[in-house]
Ligand binder design. Structure first.
Ligand code: MN
Ligand code: MN
Length: 468
């Protein structure tokens, strides 16, 4: 027999916010659903370690579902599914809705780039009979984390004749891997006194790529020569071809279950492929949305969204203008009625570093998808902040769909901060809020998410995509 609740208990239940109870059931069936959802997600992570790889993989998946390349001169009907490939590094999917575009579109915008070590334009050198690559790191990394871990080489080399060579070494069984050397502790007295930000300095992120000389005493830099000889054999390139390449070093390890209970996933690049994958799965399932659904996979978020594949460029606006023109509208007529979930990760509470987050407002692992009303830093600089009106709509569609969700804030006030693509989409006169997965060890070579949160995020995108 359940005891009758006291007046105070009843009042508390009716009036107080219970963060732990916002839709999270935690039953066996939902955990199994999360498990089943995450198995292909982990395979996706292993196949997509760069924005180019993510674009190729997503196009492959959507083509199987009948998506066609976008043609601005075709008049599309409700239910038509198209994709727009921006230079092989960013992508927009669209499913045409039953409502006219004058009602606005719904946008889910994630990013498919992740922090890593890019090779410099002239990367290969030899010193002390070792061949090395010079790198210039990409995005916000803690440089010391990138020493002494196995790295894989990914990217493209484009030859002067336009031929593109795709490079991916270090991912298959039997492949060699590479690494940034770190100093042995025996000789690191001076290094250990450096501030952590300089544990490894930018110009110390040099990647070891060879040690065997080409056997000819008549030439110098024989180890470097031998490396170029091997690359020439494999790819038919010469050293000068590095000048037109986009090559990077990413962690060579695969996504793996974390913990005795296998409730979490460790991987490189959850930020932000976890939101890309969940929004993609939602988009693939919602075949007849009321409002036209755009799913955006952006590049360059980790370096501030600049460049023509980042969302601080106009390609999303231009795409919407093309759509609008078909209905005799201007892009801005559509944009000003549109909404967007800026799909990006947020920090999860880490008990080891508990004093960096404000416990009443931060996100927790396993509490579901995080809705972050604002980001920014030092007094909300650089944030787009979602309005109370839009937050009310978000609460409504999440609760109606029974999605486990929570609110989040990126760290304590004045401790640091960050941003997402939200402000660039808000600049188009769109209502935007950040929605995504809480992450532990964000931007580390091996980041952690909870499977339940990944599943809840997928459910949140689906609820948004199919809302009335
Ligand atoms: Mn991100
Ligand atoms: Mn990031």
């Amino acid at each position: 027999m359940e005891k009758e609740k006291t007046a105070g208990q009843q009042l508390a239940e009716r009036l107080l916010l219970n963060r732990k109870n916002m839709g999270m059931s935690g039953d066996d069936a939902s955990e199994q659903a999360a498990q089943d959802f995450c198995t292909p997600y982990m395979a996706f992570l292993d196949r997509c370690k760069t924005e180019r790889e993510a674009v190729s993989e997503i196009i492959k998946l959507v083509q199987q579902k009948g998506y066609r390349p976008f043609d601005p001169n075709t008049h599309y009907q409700a239910g038509d599914q198209v994709y727009y490939n921006n230079r092989g590094k960013a992508l927009i999917l669209a499913t045409i809705g039953t409502q006219p575009l004058s009602e606005g579109v719904r946008i889910m915008a994630s990013h498919i780039d992740s922090p890593r070590l890019d090779l410099k334009p002239n990367p290969l050198y030899e010193e002390a009979e070792l061949a090395m690559f010079k790198t210039h790191y990409y995005g916000g990394i803690k440089k010391y984390q990138w020493g002494a871990i196995p790295l894989a080489l990914h990217g493209v080399i484009v030859k002067k004749n336009g031929e593109t060579i795709t490079v991916r070494i270090g991912e298959n069984a039997g492949d060699p891997v590479f690494l940034v050397n770190d100093l042995l502790p025996h000789l690191a007295d001076e290094q250990m006194k450096r501030p952590l930000a300089q544990g490894l300095k930018g110009e110390e992120l040099n990647v070891l790529v060879g040690c065997r000389p080409f056997k000819d005493d008549k030439v110098s830099e024989r180890v470097k020569l031998n490396v170029i000889r091997l690359l020439n054999e494999k790819y038919d390139i010469v050293e000068e071809d590095f000048l037109s390449a986009e090559l990077c070093m990413v962690p060579a390890f695969c996504a793996q279950d974390i913990g005795f209970d296998r409730g979490m996933i460790g991987s490189y690049g959850h930020d932000d492929r976890v939101c890309s994958y969940t929004s993609l799965m939602a988009a693939l399932e919602v075949e007849h949305p009321t409002k036209t659904l755009l799913t955006v996979f952006a590049d360059k978020e980790e370096t501030g969204s600049d460049g023509n594949t980042g969302l601080n460029s106009h390609y999303l606006e231009f795409f919407i203008e093309h759509l609008a023109k078909q209905e005799g509208l201007c892009g801005r007529d559509v944009l000003s009625h549109s909404t967007c979930l800026s799909a990006d990760v947020n920090a999860a509470f880490d008990p080891t570093f508990g004093d960096t987050l404000e416990k009443r407002n931060c996100a927790y692992l396993n509490y579901g998808v995080v809705v972050t009303q604002y980001t920014g830093s030092r007094g909300k600089y650089g944030t787009s902040q979602a309005s109370a009106e839009f937050m009310a709509q978000v609460r409504s569609f999440l609760d109606d769909a029974g999605v486990a969700w929570q609110t989040g804030e990126l760290g304590k006030v004045d401790l640091g901060g960050g941003g997402t693509v939200a402000k660039y989409i808000a600049a188009l006169d769109v209502d935007v809020v950040d929605v995504g997965v809480p992450v532990l060890s964000m931007h580390a070579p091996f980041e952690v998410v909870s499977k339940n949160d990944v599943y809840a995020t997928y459910q949140a995108f689906k609820a948004y995509a199919q809302a009335n």
